[in-house]
Design a protein around this ligand. Sequence first.
Ligand SMILES: [Zn+2]
Length: 256
Amino acid sequence: MLKAFRAWRRERILGRSTLDNSLWRALTRRYSFMRVLGETERARLHDLVVLFLHQKSLVGAGGLEVREEMRVGIAAQACMLILNLDLDWYRGWTEVIVYPDEFLAEYDYVDEDGVAHHVREPMSGESWLTGPVILSWADTEQADSGGGYNVVIHEFAHKLDMLNGDANGFPPLHGEMSRTDWSRTFGTAYDDFCRRVDARQETRIDPYAAESPAEFFAVLSEAFFEIPHAVRGEYPDVYGQLAAFYRQDPAVRTAP
Ligand SMILES: [Zn+2]
Protein backbone atom coordinates (compact mmCIF):
# COMPACT_ATOMS: atom_id res chain seq x y z
CA MET A 1 0.00 0.00 0.00
CA LEU A 2 2.77 2.40 1.04
CA LYS A 3 4.75 1.37 -2.01
CA ALA A 4 1.78 2.05 -4.28
CA PHE A 5 1.26 5.45 -2.65
CA ARG A 6 4.91 6.36 -3.12
CA ALA A 7 4.79 5.32 -6.78
CA TRP A 8 1.61 7.39 -7.30
CA ARG A 9 3.22 10.41 -5.62
CA ARG A 10 6.34 10.04 -7.70
CA GLU A 11 4.34 9.91 -10.94
CA ARG A 12 2.34 12.96 -9.85
CA ILE A 13 5.52 15.00 -9.21
CA LEU A 14 7.00 13.89 -12.54
CA GLY A 15 3.74 14.66 -14.35
CA ARG A 16 3.72 18.20 -12.99
CA SER A 17 7.37 18.83 -13.82
CA THR A 18 8.15 22.25 -15.26
CA LEU A 19 11.76 21.39 -16.07
CA ASP A 20 12.55 23.19 -19.31
CA ASN A 21 13.50 20.76 -22.07
CA SER A 22 16.00 22.93 -23.90
CA LEU A 23 17.70 23.84 -20.62
CA TRP A 24 17.88 20.14 -19.76
CA ARG A 25 19.41 19.25 -23.12
CA ALA A 26 21.96 22.07 -22.86
CA LEU A 27 22.98 20.92 -19.39
CA THR A 28 23.44 17.28 -20.27
CA ARG A 29 25.68 18.45 -23.13
CA ARG A 30 27.66 20.72 -20.79
CA TYR A 31 29.11 17.81 -18.74
CA SER A 32 31.13 15.14 -20.53
CA PHE A 33 30.08 12.47 -17.99
CA MET A 34 26.42 13.16 -18.84
CA ARG A 35 26.95 13.41 -22.59
CA VAL A 36 27.98 9.75 -22.69
CA LEU A 37 24.87 8.44 -20.92
CA GLY A 38 22.60 6.16 -22.89
CA GLU A 39 18.98 7.11 -23.48
CA THR A 40 17.60 5.05 -20.60
CA GLU A 41 20.13 6.40 -18.11
CA ARG A 42 19.55 9.95 -19.30
CA ALA A 43 15.79 9.57 -18.85
CA ARG A 44 16.35 8.18 -15.35
CA LEU A 45 18.68 11.10 -14.51
CA HIS A 46 16.00 13.52 -15.72
CA ASP A 47 13.36 12.00 -13.43
CA LEU A 48 15.74 11.96 -10.46
CA VAL A 49 16.51 15.65 -11.04
CA VAL A 50 12.80 16.53 -11.06
CA LEU A 51 12.25 14.60 -7.82
CA PHE A 52 15.42 16.04 -6.26
CA LEU A 53 14.36 19.62 -7.02
CA HIS A 54 10.91 18.89 -5.62
CA GLN A 55 12.37 17.55 -2.38
CA LYS A 56 15.36 19.86 -1.79
CA SER A 57 15.56 23.61 -1.63
CA LEU A 58 18.51 25.34 -3.27
CA VAL A 59 19.07 28.72 -1.72
CA GLY A 60 21.53 31.48 -2.48
CA ALA A 61 23.71 33.09 0.18
CA GLY A 62 26.16 35.98 0.17
CA GLY A 63 24.02 37.87 -2.35
CA LEU A 64 23.83 35.05 -4.90
CA GLU A 65 20.60 34.57 -6.78
CA VAL A 66 20.25 30.89 -7.70
CA ARG A 67 19.08 30.79 -11.31
CA GLU A 68 17.21 27.87 -12.85
CA GLU A 69 20.24 26.57 -14.78
CA MET A 70 22.26 26.58 -11.54
CA ARG A 71 19.55 24.59 -9.71
CA VAL A 72 19.28 22.05 -12.50
CA GLY A 73 23.06 21.83 -12.99
CA ILE A 74 23.71 21.16 -9.31
CA ALA A 75 20.81 18.68 -9.10
CA ALA A 76 21.98 16.81 -12.20
CA GLN A 77 25.53 16.39 -10.90
CA ALA A 78 24.23 15.35 -7.47
CA CYS A 79 21.91 12.80 -9.07
CA MET A 80 24.74 11.24 -11.12
CA LEU A 81 25.88 9.55 -7.88
CA ILE A 82 22.47 8.01 -7.23
CA LEU A 83 21.60 7.28 -10.85
CA ASN A 84 21.37 3.56 -10.11
CA LEU A 85 20.58 3.90 -6.41
CA ASP A 86 17.61 6.00 -5.36
CA LEU A 87 16.75 9.49 -4.13
CA ASP A 88 16.22 7.91 -0.71
CA TRP A 89 20.04 7.89 -0.40
CA TYR A 90 19.77 11.68 0.12
CA ARG A 91 17.27 11.37 2.95
CA GLY A 92 17.35 13.26 6.23
CA TRP A 93 18.17 16.78 5.04
CA THR A 94 16.70 19.28 2.59
CA GLU A 95 18.90 22.28 1.95
CA VAL A 96 21.63 23.12 -0.54
CA ILE A 97 23.16 26.55 0.11
CA VAL A 98 25.10 28.21 -2.70
CA TYR A 99 27.61 31.04 -2.21
CA PRO A 100 28.97 33.06 -5.15
CA ASP A 101 32.55 32.03 -4.33
CA GLU A 102 34.57 30.45 -1.54
CA PHE A 103 32.93 31.04 1.83
CA LEU A 104 34.38 31.28 5.31
CA ALA A 105 33.83 28.33 7.58
CA GLU A 106 34.32 28.96 11.28
CA TYR A 107 34.78 26.23 13.80
CA ASP A 108 36.41 25.48 17.15
CA TYR A 109 38.59 22.52 17.96
CA VAL A 110 40.94 21.36 20.72
CA ASP A 111 44.35 20.05 19.60
CA GLU A 112 46.40 17.14 21.02
CA ASP A 113 47.98 19.45 23.64
CA GLY A 114 44.55 20.49 24.87
CA VAL A 115 44.79 23.95 23.31
CA ALA A 116 41.50 25.33 21.96
CA HIS A 117 41.56 26.92 18.52
CA HIS A 118 39.10 29.02 16.60
CA VAL A 119 39.50 28.59 12.84
CA ARG A 120 38.19 30.68 9.96
CA GLU A 121 39.04 29.22 6.60
CA PRO A 122 37.83 29.62 3.05
CA MET A 123 35.92 26.60 1.72
CA SER A 124 34.71 25.53 -1.71
CA GLY A 125 32.14 23.14 -0.30
CA GLU A 126 30.95 21.63 2.94
CA SER A 127 28.49 18.91 4.01
CA TRP A 128 26.87 18.75 7.39
CA LEU A 129 25.74 15.55 9.04
CA THR A 130 21.90 15.67 8.73
CA GLY A 131 22.31 19.32 7.66
CA PRO A 132 22.81 21.24 4.44
CA VAL A 133 25.27 20.88 1.61
CA ILE A 134 27.09 24.17 1.05
CA LEU A 135 28.71 24.99 -2.28
CA SER A 136 30.75 27.77 -3.85
CA TRP A 137 29.31 28.52 -7.28
CA ALA A 138 32.71 29.64 -8.63
CA ASP A 139 34.12 26.21 -7.70
CA THR A 140 31.04 24.40 -8.98
CA GLU A 141 31.67 25.99 -12.38
CA GLN A 142 35.11 24.37 -12.55
CA ALA A 143 33.50 20.94 -12.97
CA ASP A 144 34.48 18.86 -15.96
CA SER A 145 37.66 20.77 -16.72
CA GLY A 146 39.69 17.59 -17.19
CA GLY A 147 41.39 17.34 -13.80
CA GLY A 148 38.70 15.29 -12.11
CA TYR A 149 37.70 18.19 -9.86
CA ASN A 150 33.98 18.34 -9.09
CA VAL A 151 32.83 20.00 -5.89
CA VAL A 152 29.19 18.84 -6.25
CA ILE A 153 30.12 15.18 -6.61
CA HIS A 154 32.62 15.61 -3.76
CA GLU A 155 30.12 17.03 -1.27
CA PHE A 156 27.34 14.61 -2.21
CA ALA A 157 29.74 11.68 -1.83
CA HIS A 158 30.28 12.93 1.75
CA LYS A 159 26.48 12.89 2.14
CA LEU A 160 26.33 9.22 1.13
CA ASP A 161 29.27 8.48 3.45
CA MET A 162 27.42 10.20 6.33
CA LEU A 163 24.32 8.02 5.99
CA ASN A 164 25.82 5.80 8.69
CA GLY A 165 27.34 8.52 10.90
CA ASP A 166 30.34 10.84 10.58
CA ALA A 167 32.17 10.82 7.25
CA ASN A 168 34.90 8.17 7.41
CA GLY A 169 35.13 6.80 3.88
CA PHE A 170 32.78 3.95 4.72
CA PRO A 171 29.26 4.50 3.37
CA PRO A 172 26.53 1.90 3.93
CA LEU A 173 27.29 -0.91 1.48
CA HIS A 174 24.83 -3.02 -0.50
CA GLY A 175 24.03 -6.51 0.76
CA GLU A 176 26.08 -8.22 -1.95
CA MET A 177 29.20 -6.21 -1.05
CA SER A 178 31.83 -7.20 1.50
CA ARG A 179 32.78 -4.76 4.28
CA THR A 180 36.12 -6.53 4.65
CA ASP A 181 36.93 -6.12 0.95
CA TRP A 182 35.95 -2.45 1.07
CA SER A 183 38.15 -1.74 4.12
CA ARG A 184 41.10 -3.68 2.78
CA THR A 185 40.89 -2.17 -0.71
CA PHE A 186 40.45 1.43 0.42
CA GLY A 187 42.96 1.07 3.29
CA THR A 188 45.71 -0.27 1.02
CA ALA A 189 45.06 2.34 -1.69
CA TYR A 190 44.90 5.19 0.85
CA ASP A 191 48.25 4.19 2.41
CA ASP A 192 49.81 3.95 -1.04
CA PHE A 193 48.36 7.31 -2.09
CA CYS A 194 49.62 9.07 1.07
CA ARG A 195 53.08 7.60 0.50
CA ARG A 196 53.06 8.90 -3.09
CA VAL A 197 51.88 12.35 -2.02
CA ASP A 198 54.53 12.49 0.74
CA ALA A 199 57.16 11.55 -1.86
CA ARG A 200 55.81 14.40 -4.02
CA GLN A 201 55.00 12.04 -6.89
CA GLU A 202 52.73 13.24 -9.66
CA THR A 203 49.25 11.70 -9.46
CA ARG A 204 46.22 12.13 -11.68
CA ILE A 205 44.15 12.14 -8.51
CA ASP A 206 43.95 15.35 -6.45
CA PRO A 207 46.50 15.14 -3.59
CA TYR A 208 43.80 16.49 -1.28
CA ALA A 209 42.59 12.86 -1.15
CA ALA A 210 45.50 12.19 1.25
CA GLU A 211 43.82 14.41 3.88
CA SER A 212 41.77 11.56 5.47
CA PRO A 213 39.94 8.35 4.50
CA ALA A 214 36.73 10.43 4.19
CA GLU A 215 38.39 12.83 1.72
CA PHE A 216 39.94 9.89 -0.12
CA PHE A 217 36.46 8.45 -0.74
CA ALA A 218 35.02 11.83 -1.80
CA VAL A 219 37.93 12.74 -4.12
CA LEU A 220 38.02 9.24 -5.64
CA SER A 221 34.27 9.57 -6.26
CA GLU A 222 34.84 12.84 -8.18
CA ALA A 223 37.54 11.14 -10.25
CA PHE A 224 35.42 7.99 -10.70
CA PHE A 225 32.79 10.01 -12.57
CA GLU A 226 35.01 12.57 -14.29
CA ILE A 227 38.21 10.66 -15.11
CA PRO A 228 37.22 7.00 -14.61
CA HIS A 229 40.11 5.62 -16.65
CA ALA A 230 42.62 7.34 -14.37
CA VAL A 231 41.05 5.71 -11.29
CA ARG A 232 40.82 2.32 -12.99
CA GLY A 233 44.46 2.64 -14.08
CA GLU A 234 45.88 3.77 -10.74
CA TYR A 235 43.66 1.85 -8.32
CA PRO A 236 41.71 -0.87 -10.18
CA ASP A 237 40.42 -2.49 -6.97
CA VAL A 238 39.09 0.83 -5.67
CA TYR A 239 37.47 1.38 -9.05
CA GLY A 240 35.79 -2.02 -8.70
CA GLN A 241 34.46 -1.18 -5.22
CA LEU A 242 33.16 2.22 -6.40
CA ALA A 243 31.50 0.58 -9.42
CA ALA A 244 29.79 -1.91 -7.09
CA PHE A 245 28.74 0.86 -4.70
CA TYR A 246 27.46 3.34 -7.30
CA ARG A 247 26.21 0.47 -9.51
CA GLN A 248 27.78 2.22 -12.47
CA ASP A 249 30.79 1.61 -14.68
CA PRO A 250 31.68 5.04 -16.12
CA ALA A 251 34.87 3.77 -17.78
CA VAL A 252 32.86 1.63 -20.22
CA ARG A 253 30.90 4.73 -21.32
CA THR A 254 34.02 6.51 -22.59
CA ALA A 255 37.18 5.72 -24.50
CA PRO A 256 40.38 6.01 -22.44
ZN1 LIG B 1 35.64 16.88 1.56
